[in-house]
Design a protein around this ligand. Structure first.
Ligand code: MN
Length: 274
């Protein structure tokens, strides 16, 4: 099995070497990762300049650094190395719990894998973790659980400092306090740092609660963000033109119409769609 290893902390992070080492027990590993840190870049892709890569062997593994985002690295890595089945992202130095799932570049690499038809697993450990020797056996256990579970195509894994075991969790979606902290640069000009803090305590069964209780949190995720229950309620309580649309519009659009919309989505004009 071909395993692509990516991260958002940059290719020289100790976290990616540790993950690659354990991953190599499960398949053939190749590292493709950003050349500089891309934390909190989320699922950004590079759309207005070209990407390139340079060979940079890491911990004895074939590795390439890319001038792009984590999502770019997964796309380029899968393009250059056919038949990748599994993308492992991390280990991020810093937990990715709750609201972080929206900002994390680590998780975005795993999401990009799922979008491209591969499986993706994101790994995060506490920031400030000095030695990976203690978490490596747990990374192995997580992979022993997740690798054979082919139905799980996207999982967010967070490891506490001294794990007691592993549990399945859901995302702790809470309102957070977005604090903007002003400061000055050496010339006295205004600078700002944006920092977030959850407003309430974590609920039982969530990723945040699990890590608070020293359990490894494993959250299966899906890419479809549609709120099904609310959608049903909207269609029932606030009907729009759904009936008319179903009457006059065919269930599948013509190729010409579909192509037109794809072209209208592009940030950069498509060269020529076939
Ligand atoms: Mn990071």
């Amino acid at each position: 099995m071909r395993i692509l290893v990516c991260n958002d902390d940059g290719i020289y992070s100790p976290g990616i070497a540790a993950l690659a080492e354990v991953a190599s027990e499960f398949g053939t590993v190749r590292i493709v990762a950003p050349h500089v840190e891309q934390s909190s870049m989320g699922h950004a892709i590079t759309a207005t300049r070209p990407m390139s890569y340079r060979a940079t062997p890491i911990a004895g593994f074939e590795a390439y650094r890319v001038n792009g985002t984590p999502a770019d690295c997964v796309a380029l890595g899968a393009h250059l190395w056919e038949k990748v089945e599994l993308v492992l992202s991390g280990c991020n130095l810093g937990l990715n719990l709750g609201n972080s799932t929206w900002h994390s570049g680590t998780l975005a690499a795993a999401k990009q894998a799922a979008l491209l038809g591969m499986r993706g697993i994101a790994f995060s450990v506490p920031s400030g973790l000095e030695k990976f020797d203690t978490v490596k056996p747990w990374i192995r256990k997580v992979l022993q659980t997740l690798v054979p579970a082919h139905e799980l195509n996207l999982v967010n894994v967070n490891l506490p400092r001294e794990p007691r075991g592993m549990i399945w969790t859901r995302v702790a979606v809470q309102q957070y306090d977005g604090v903007v902290i002003p400061t000055k640069d050496p010339l006295g000009r205004d600078l700002y740092w944006f920092s977030v803090k959850p407003l309430e305590g974590a609920e039982e069964g969530t990723d945040r609660w699990a890590v608070e209780q020293r359990w490894i949190s494993m959250t299966p995720l899906r890419l479809d963000l549609t709120d099904e229950a609310t959608l049903d309620a909207c269609r029932e309580q606030r009907p729009l033109d759904e009936q008319l649309a179903a009457t006059v519009s065919p269930p599948v659009s013509s190729p010409e119409v579909a192509k037109q919309v794809v072209e209208e989505e592009a940030t950069v004009a498509h060269a020529q769609l076939p």
